[in-house]
Design a protein around this ligand. Structure first.
Ligand SMILES: C[S@@+](CC[C@H](N)C(=O)[O-])C[C@H]1O[C@@H](n2cnc3c(N)ncnc32)[C@H](O)[C@@H]1O
Length: 482
């Protein structure tokens, strides 16, 4: 079992989850499942509430013991945690004079279990495991058995959410602590579609740390079968606002904004006037980007090599721009009449023998890249970003924190990291820069981006191209750049 997923829920979060779901009274006869229960952080509070309310409601110890055996279910795959969980539950029951309980806690794989009963409550904090870290046989099993995992790079937790939804009864309630990336991840599309009907509330903790030492951004989702609400209550705990959002307005990615702020009606998108594209992908920057060098007139000298200047351009990244560093990049292409041209291997070797010597140091690694089809060993791994490069452009980082920095680049500069923007209409790049550095765009980026580290979010090229712009406003402001 991937140890990274074994992070247990703190007591105060468990209490908040049980309050939210109304696990507070009338619990006798109500079936609860925790389908990845760890050492029982959630189940212990469930059991304690169950016993206390039953006592208040007048049940005898014999009935309560029977009730615990019939109503409380848990599953844990890890044997050590499973044993610890039983020990913890016994400890609580014994405090109330309840002994030898035959717990319905199972030491099995939850995703393989077909339950004969349906549950009134599903409460959990499932394992989160990134696609790249799920082992291949589990990946295959999950992909074949869970609709939410049938496309792309799913997270393991999607399967647990799907399984939980299936095991709820017609009026069942579910509260789950999940990574908030599920709201926006491209591959979470099926999961979002599956949850939407019965989802009633989201409590988004954003980057408030719930687990000591762990940087996951978490949220609670509340699902209430049969309520069929048209709106979701969305609570942003960090920014302290609550909104009611119409479900029909949530698009492919779920963007939550303060409902009290007016959304501007606009049908013009940034991408109608500009192209935001991802930077070039050499797939081996160490071979192409030259960070330490001297300019010898005809050559760029680095270590014991001299590289022909004709094959060198200025390399830029948001980082190098912000530190004011000058870097160079071997650019094994040329433009003729604005069109990108490729060298044949023979041409390149003949024209640039020194650059070939330099690149030969990395030949092995260059050959091993997963490059686009029909590329030569000396070329970049991907060619799609190259065609728009030989013009003035803007550069910004994919990571947004408190301010968006936009750099102006000339046609000779080659961005090798971040997102670059070129015009595709009569609107000038000055306008694009103004849009991208506006308060509106910052708020949009914060809303649509996927949480990266700490305060930062990560945005994509599509996020930028889909940003609605107020074209009339720009024109009204009498911009002569238009
Ligand atoms: C994030 S921890 C949370 C534990 C507990 N729900 C809590 O909130 O404290 C997830 C747990 O799921 C368990 N787990 C992982 N894969 C599982 C599977 N296929 N079936 C059952 N449990 C699993 C892990 O061993 C781990 O204890």
């Amino acid at each position: 079992m991937n140890k990274k997923c074994q992070v247990f829920t703190p007591r105060e979060v468990v209490e908040a989850m049980l309050d939210k779901i109304g696990y507070t009274k009338g619990l006798y006869g109500k079936k609860v499942l925790e389908n990845s229960c760890g050492v029982g952080n959630i189940l212990c509070v469930v059991v304690e509430r169950y016993i206390k309310t039953c006592l208040v409601e007048g049940y005898s110890n014999i009935s309560i013991k029977k009730g615990l055996e019939l109503d409380i279910y848990g599953v844990e795959i890890d044997e050590i945690h499973f044993n610890k969980c039983i020990e913890n539950l016994n400890h609580i029951a014994e405090k109330y004079g309840l002994y030898n309980i035959d717990w319905k806690i199972l030491n099995i794989d939850s995703l393989n279990k077909k339950w004969e009963v349906k549950f009134d409550y599903l409460i959990g904090n499932p394992p989160y495991i990134k696609y790249s870290e799920i082992n291949s046989s589990i990946r295959k099993f999950v992909k074949e058995n869970f609709k939410t995992c049938s496309i792309g790079k799913f997270d393991y937790c999607y399967a647990f959410i799907e399984s939980a939804l299936e095991n709820l009864n017609d009026t069942g309630k579910m509260i789950y602590l999940i990574p908030n990336s599920i709201f926006k991840n491209v591959f979470g599309k099926n999961l979002r579609a599956m949850m939407l009907d019965d989802l009633t509330e989201i409590i988004d903790y954003k980057n408030l740390k719930l687990f000591p030492g762990i940087s996951t951004s978490s949220a609670l989702i509340l699902i209430e079968k049969g309520r069929k609400t048209e709106k979701i209550i969305y609570q942003d705990v960090k920014r302290n606002f609550t909104s009611e959002l119409p479900k029909e307005k949530l698009g492919e990615k779920w963007i939550f904004r303060d409902g009290n702020r007016e959304e501007k009606a606009s049908t013009n998108k940034f991408g109608d006037f500009f192209n935001a594209s991802i930077s070039i992908a050499t797939l081996l920057n160490e071979a192409y980007v030259v960070k330490e060098f001297e300019d010898n007139g005809e050559y760029i000298a680095t270590k014991s090599y001299n590289i022909e200047k004709e094959v060198i351009k200025r390399a830029v990244s948001p980082k190098s721009m912000s530190y004011g560093k000058t870097e160079m990049i071997i650019f094994p292409y040329y433009y003729r009449l604005g069109e990108l041209k490729r060298y044949t291997l023979g041409e390149f070797e003949e024209k640039f023998p020194q650059a070939v010597k330099y690149l030969k140091q990395f030949e092995n690694k260059l050959q091993k890249r997963k490059s686009s089809e029909n590329t030569e060993w000396f070329e970049y791994g991907r060619t799609q970003a190259l065609k728009n490069l030989n013009q003035s452009k803007l550069l910004l980082s994919t990571v947004v924190t408190s301010k968006i920095k936009v750099y102006e680049l000339n046609e000779e500069s080659i961005p090798y990291s971040g997102i670059f923007v070129t015009p595709k209409s009569s609107l000038s790049l000055n306008i694009a820069k103004r849009i991208l550095t506006s308060e509106d765009f910052l708020n949009y980026a914060k809303g649509i981006g996927i949480q990266a580290n700490g305060e930062s979010v990560r945005i994509t090229v599509n996020d930028i191209n889909n940003f609605h712009i107020d074209l009339e406003g720009l024109i009204r402001n009498g911009e002569n750049e238009i």
